[in-house]
Write a protein that binds this ligand. Structure first.
Ligand code: FES
Length: 302
């Protein structure tokens, strides 16, 4: 019941958040599009999942301590934890902007509400910090503490929307998280023609694939981009990779490995072989643990 009420409040903000989000994403894409390595660093391509999600623990923890230290009248500890928390908020915001720049539709709108609440919280925290640092050591701190509690409440509201963004809307979540197992078998590839160097959609059982033939070598990846489900058969080929048409993630055709974000996940890959009687068969490549990770040691598709 509380969840439904909060969701209704969140949705009631979409009127202003949608156009504001569209505007923000336009300029953010121009900024991050000009420096892909920085965007990859902030997305967490090197880490294997979102950097923003990791950093957010720091301000939430530090600023929760500030509430406790204020309650205990531990002034110095409260000030230090607030400085750490504010710096953590700035770092989380920088990483979050990169993820925000590659959102669409409802995820973009919810991310706009989330980001706006966090910026508002940060500004109120700065006021509280300024009140603390400019007042005499033994001055009354009532206003600074009330201000801090307001900032903390706004931050918690922002954190709730952030959770909604990930757990309900699936932003920055691996689209293939449940698509793994410990067994894999050869399945007939349902495709009649494979033009050379052209991403071609194909089915293998219930799975939708994108298949690329380069001479005698045939590569096959899952058709749905790991980042947000973009259609890889509509993508283009760049330096042995396929580039997603939605936000530009690139995956190595031979290994499925991500070579450019925003995807922080690899793409499920399939081995391909000629089938008896003509056509092709595919088999999903599993890592030793059967997880959804492309194996560098896997043999090249033939
Ligand atoms: S869906 Fe975002 S890069 Fe493919």
């Amino acid at each position: 019941m509380i969840g439904r009420l909060l969701l209704r409040i969140l949705r009631s903000q979409y009127g202003w958040a949608r156009p504001f989000g569209d505007f923000n994403v336009r300029w953010l894409r121009a900024v991050f599009g000009a420096m892909p390595p920085v965007a990859d660093l902030l997305h967490g391509k090197w880490l294997g999942h979102s950097v923003h999600a990791v950093i957010t623990d720091l301000p939430l923890g530090a600023l929760s301590l500030t509430v406790l230290f204020d309650f205990l009248n531990q002034r110095q500890a409260a000030d230090i934890s607030m400085v750490v928390g504010v710096l953590g908020m700035v770092a989380a915001a920088v990483a979050g902007l990169a993820d925000y720049s590659d959102t669409d539709d409802d995820a973009r709108t919810a991310a706009t509400v989330h980001g706006t609440l966090m910026v508002l919280s940060l500004l109120v925290y700065l006021v509280s910090l300024w009140l603390r640092l400019t007042a005499p050591v033994d001055a009354d701190r009532t206003v600074a503490i009330v201000t801090q509690l307001i900032a903390y409440s706004i931050m918690l509201a922002g954190a709730y929307v952030g959770g909604e963004l990930v757990y309900t809307l699936g932003n920055m979540v691996n689209r293939h998280a449940w698509r793994f197992g410990t067994k894999s078998e050869w399945i007939k590839l349902d495709v009649t023609d494979l033009p050379e160097n052209k991403p071609t959609p194909a089915k293998a059982g219930a799975q939708q694939l994108v298949v690329v033939r380069s001479g005698d070598t045939v590569y096959a990846l899952h058709a749905q981009c790991a980042h947000a489900g973009g259609p890889l058969p509509s993508g283009k080929l760049v330096d042995g990779c396929i580039e997603c048409p939605w936000h530009g993630s690139r995956f190595d055709l031979a290994t499925g490995r991500r070579t450019r974000g925003p995807s922080t996940f690899d793409q499920p890959r399939y081995q391909v072989r000629a089938a008896d009687g003509g056509g092709w068969e595919v088999k999903r490549v599993l890592d030793p643990a059967g997880q959804n990770i492309a194996s560098a040691a896997a043999p090249r598709s033939t």
